[in-house]
Design a binder for this molecule. Structure first.
Ligand SMILES: [Zn+2]
Length: 113
């Protein structure tokens, strides 16, 4: 699957190295390019789980529920996007569904390169 992974990392300016200690950049893993939107979203969800998981109580359970719902909705959109690609190219509804799902997922560039 083609992704928007071509975006240069803004933290290290595409160099892949953290400026402070010449260690690999934490945001791109030293590659110099950001991963696709699906990976970035999952990374952020895990950060939220770790951050709020340590707090316990109602906040932890609310965040855990919300993160689960985001993952479930994202998984559904990936399935919808994949199903829309099985339609004929002249199917206007499938084309619209593909556009709408991709508008959220950012799997494909919004405009052809
Ligand atoms: Zn970087």
């Amino acid at each position: 699957m083609n992704t928007d992974a071509i975006q240069a990392c803004g933290t290290c300016y595409g160099q892949g190295v953290a400026s402070s200690d010449l260690a690999p950049c934490a945001d791109c893993g030293g590659v110099g390019r950001l991963p696709g939107a699906l990976v970035l979203t999952e990374r952020r969800l895990r950060e939220l789980e770790q951050s709020y998981g340590a707090r316990g109580g109602e906040t932890e359970s609310d965040v855990r529920w919300l993160v689960g719902e985001v993952r479930r909705a994202q998984h559904a959109l990936v399935q919808i996007l994949a199903a829309s690609q099985d339609a004929d190219d002249d199917d206007a509804i499938a084309t619209k569904i593909k556009f709408l799902a991709n508008d959220v997922l950012h799997v494909y560039p919004k405009r052809p390169a």
